[in-house]
Design a protein around this ligand. Structure first.
Ligand SMILES: Nc1ncnc2c1ncn2[C@@H]1O[C@H](COP(=O)(O)OP(=O)(O)OP(=O)(O)O)[C@@H](O)[C@H]1O
Length: 315
């Protein structure tokens, strides 16, 4: 079988070649970044380790966003809390691979906790009996520590996270990633390719600049063969707590995420409103869903979770 993708340039050296991504023919090729990262060359022994470790995890879901600050970490935390709440017999976990900006310990209210290592690997931190989390945030000596790592070191950390955390039996593992399509994504996609990755959830805000980037993310998923479970539009509408008037903070000039999903034939999971209380609860690590069950955002999240559960069942 040829290792030259269908959209490769005429003199493509092939994805398995030493020159993959580096040859002059690679300049301008849409796959250049992927090839030069080494993600297309194999086999890495880590791939099998990840596969073995994640055998007991039923659904492995990447949470992606094109742009930063659109609410990906917030949604990862809310979805994990919601899935755990939905069924106390199911085990849910969050893996935070946003190495340069790990926010799950704070949003899930377990900042300052320690992870322990035992013979069977790293033990995650428990938020609830059936909700655990692992993040590089637990390994930093101070929350203000900056992590400045090059690709290979990030790759090594992601491999360790995916292969050495002792999750036990899990129904859902949600993996929070940094924005864009960078080293972390390529590493995760490579290691999870053989581990039966369920798919990816994409988070965006409604305005065109965010949608442009989410389209690139969709393209990335197609290129590395990741199934798109659905797109969530965040901060789509703001309901004034005083006068109850609706405002579009980020106007959807091109129809928003729903229209984009129809155009690109990917599932749309729902639109979460902008709610200042939600931001405050997440900043304080409090459980918004349990404490404010009647808020619109909670109801929307429950619907999104219901759709996600049924999409996962179908895969
Ligand atoms: N629906 C919402 N209503 C109100 N505030 C929100 C909502 N969603 C997210 N936020 C707030 O927006 C800010 C950015 O969210 P978050 O950190 O989840 O974004 P992100 O996409 O993960 O960012 P990064 O790309 O930096 O990782 C946070 O302060 C969060 O509390």
């Amino acid at each position: 079988m040829s290792d030259k993708p269908a959209d490769a340039p005429e003199h493509c050296p092939g994805t398995q070649s030493e020159d993959a991504g580096k040859a002059s023919a690679c300049a301008g090729c849409p796959n250049q970044q992927l090839c030069s990262s080494g993600a297309t060359k194999g086999p890495d022994p880590g791939i099998q380790l990840v596969q073995e470790r994640l055998e007991q995890v039923k659904h492995k879901i990447l949470v992606l966003s094109g742009k930063g600050g659109v609410g990906k970490s917030t949604l990862t935390a809310l979805l994990s809390r919601g899935l755990a709440l939905n069924n106390s017999n199911e085990n849910v976990a969050v893996l935070d691979i946003d190495i340069c900006g790990p926010s799950q310990p704070r949003v899930l209210g377990v900042a300052g906790e320690q992870v322990h290592q035992s013979g069977s690997g790293w033990s995650p931190v428990y938020v609830e009996d059936n909700l655990s989390v692992m993040s590089i945030g637990f390994l930093l000596s101070s929350v203000d520590d900056a992590i400045i790592w090059r690709g290979p070191k990030k790759n090594g950390m992601i491999r360790q996270f995916l292969s050495e955390v002792d999750w036990g039996n899990l129904d859902y593992l949600l993996i929070d990633t940094p924005p864009g399509t960078s080293d972390e994504h390529l590493s995760a996609a490579t290691y999870l390719a053989k581990a039966n990755l369920t798919g990816a959830i994409l988070v965006t805000t409604p305005q065109e600049v965010a949608l442009l980037d989410v389209r690139k993310e969709i393209d990335f998923c197609h290129k590395v063969n990741i199934k798109i479970l659905g797109v969530i539009e965040n901060m789509s509408i703001f309901v004034c707590p005083c006068c109850k008037r609706l405002s579009e903070i980020f106007p959807a000039t091109t129809g928003g995420a729903k229209q984009m999903c129809m155009d690109l034939d990917v599932p749309f999971l729902g639109s979460l409103p902008l709610d200042p209380l939600l931001a405050r609860y997440c900043d304080e690590g409090k459980d918004y869903l349990t404490e404010l069950p009647d808020n619109t955002a909670t109801k929307v999240l429950c619907e999104i979770i219901e759709k996600l559960v049924s999409v996962c069942k179908e895969t």
